[in-house]
Design a protein around this ligand. Structure first.
Ligand code: GAR
Length: 198
């Protein structure tokens, strides 16, 4: 008999940082039972996301530039796992063209600003929030988008905003953005898996 678990749509996650978004994606999957997280991939061997995933029983793969860009090591694993979506959660490298071609409109990223503002090479993590504060923006937010061959330029799937307070600091802004990401990323991923986004 086929394991009913294997009928649920599946994702893999690429993350290289603290992994708070990866954890929310994993926890949402286990609480709601609507999708499976097959594996977490990371290009940083000491990234906290690795331990956080393992303690939640998600297998991990560590890879380097060579494995991603100059060989089929990562691509072969993805072809074997056959995820419906490849979900980037704090992954900062350009995604290779050959994998994008294998998974058209199936690689998704989250960015901590309202694209097309504050996107592009070098615009990640704290750099984004510092630039937003320096420019005295009245609002910022998050963007969930498909990944293409350029940094932060793929088709936008969803955006969520938050106002910037007069006394906003880097830490308070980071916290606001993380709250939005944690709340919406798992929901949007689930909706995408159900075909609820164009
Ligand atoms: C998130 O805020 C995400 O939007 C950002 O990295 C952080 C990872 O946090 N991604 C980018 O800046 C992509 N350009 P996490 O490791 O706690 O999930």
């Amino acid at each position: 008999m086929q394991n009913p678990e294997s009928k649920k749509p599946a994702i893999v996650i690429f993350a290289s940082g603290s992994g708070t978004n990866a954890v929310k994606l994993i926890e949402h999957a286990s609480m709601n039972n609507t999708y499976r997280v097959l594996r977490v991939f990371s290009n940083k061997k000491n990234a906290p996301v690795l331990e956080k995933s393992q303690t939640r029983n998600i297998p991990t793969t560590i890879f380097n530039k060579e494995a991603l860009y100059k060989s089929d090591t990562v691509k072969d694993q993805l072809e074997e796992l056959k995820p419906e979506l490849i979900v980037l959660a704090g992954f900062m490298w350009i995604f290779p063209q050959d994998i994008l071609a294998e998974f058209p409109q199936r690689v998704v990223n989250i960015h901590p600003a309202l694209l097309p503002k504050y996107g592009g090479k070098g615009m990640y993590g704290d750099h984004v929030h510092k630039a937003v504060l320096e420019n005295n923006e009245e609002k910022t937010g998050i963007t969930i988008h498909y990944v293409n061959e350029k940094y932060d330029e793929g088709k936008i799937i969803a955006q969520y905003e938050t106002p910037i307070a007069q006394q906003e600091t880097l830490d308070s802004l980071k916290q606001k953005i993380h709250q939005l990401e944690h709340k919406y990323y798992p929901i949007v991923i689930e909706q995408l898996l159900k075909g609820q986004h164009a």
